[in-house]
Design a protein around this ligand. Structure first.
Ligand code: PLP
Length: 247
């Protein structure tokens, strides 16, 4: 793969357009979020120069390190996409406009307490474990509705949609099933008309499967490797259950 961020971005954008064409969707309905874990600032600046504005981090520490420089660019927006420990909530709400990874009531409570103190609100997505793999976070599909209803009670939290990580190292068809499941949960939740709950965002699709995700209705895709190249740390460092320190 090319080391050139700009070239990689052009290739990803082209593939996004093709996936939109195939599925009869409008390109403006799919946002590209750049997943920047372990990516050095120079590469992020190249992406900004190429016109990118939406970035996502997995760890509060990396967010804090990158934020001062990135904040000079007023157009830049940060989302949080990683597993969020309750003791890191305070750091994260300072920097981001959307948290993709709310997957348990306890985290919702911690966010609510912090946001009340700061007199702020926060947009969130509920992360669902559509692949049923134990190494990933997310609430099981069966408890998604209940969790959304519980989270909707916190007036500081605005539920905007759902997020999932599709099955990895799987066939396109297996991954497609994960995305279809997320879409069907979105439909079920919409039909319930839960007060204050919006279900317009579907965050799904990464380097290996974003085309399938777009075909299945993704409104945000999260892409790292295809743009920035291979990471030094394996993803298990970010996703492993063993890193679940606080709860
Ligand atoms: C790292 C990461 C991505 C991007 O993965 P790539 O395969 O590098 O595109 C997307 N979503 C989450 C939650 C991630 O941690």
């Amino acid at each position: 793969m090319s080391q050139c961020v700009e070239e990689n971005l052009r290739a990803v954008r082209r593939q996004m357009e093709m996936a939109c064409q195939v599925s009869g969707r409008k390109i403006e309905d799919v946002q590209l979020l750049l997943a920047t874990k372990t990516v050095p600032l120079e590469k992020l600046q190249l992406a900004i120069q190429a016109g990118e504005t939406l970035f996502g981090e997995n760890k509060s520490q990396e967010l804090r390190d990158k934020f001062p420089l990135m904040n000079q660019y007023k157009q830049v927006e940060w989302h949080f996409i990683g597993h969020l420990q309750t003791n890191k909530v305070k750091d994260v709400v300072k920097y981001v406009t959307l948290i993709h990874s709310v997957d348990r009531l306890k985290l919702g409570q911690a966010l609510h307490q912090q946001l009340l103190k700061e007199n702020k609100t926060m947009d969130i997505l509920v992360q669902i474990n559509t692949s049923y793999e134990t190494s990933k976070f997310g609430t099981p599909p069966e408890t998604a509705m209940e969790l959304v209803e519980q989270l909707s009670q916190f007036e500081t939290l605005n539920v905007k949609g759902l997020m999932t990580i599709g099955k990895l190292h799987a066939t396109n068809e297996e991954t497609r099933q994960c995305f279809r499941l997320l879409k069907s949960i979105q439909t079920q939740i919409r039909e319930k008309n839960i007060p204050r709950v919006e279900m317009n965002i579907l965050s799904m699709g990464m380097s290996g499967d974003f085309k399938v995700a777009i075909e299945e209705g993704a409104t945000i895709i999260r892409v790292g490797t295809s743009i920035f190249g291979q990471r030094e740390l394996p993803d298990s460092y970010y996703w492993n259950e063993n890193n679940r320190l606080d709860d």
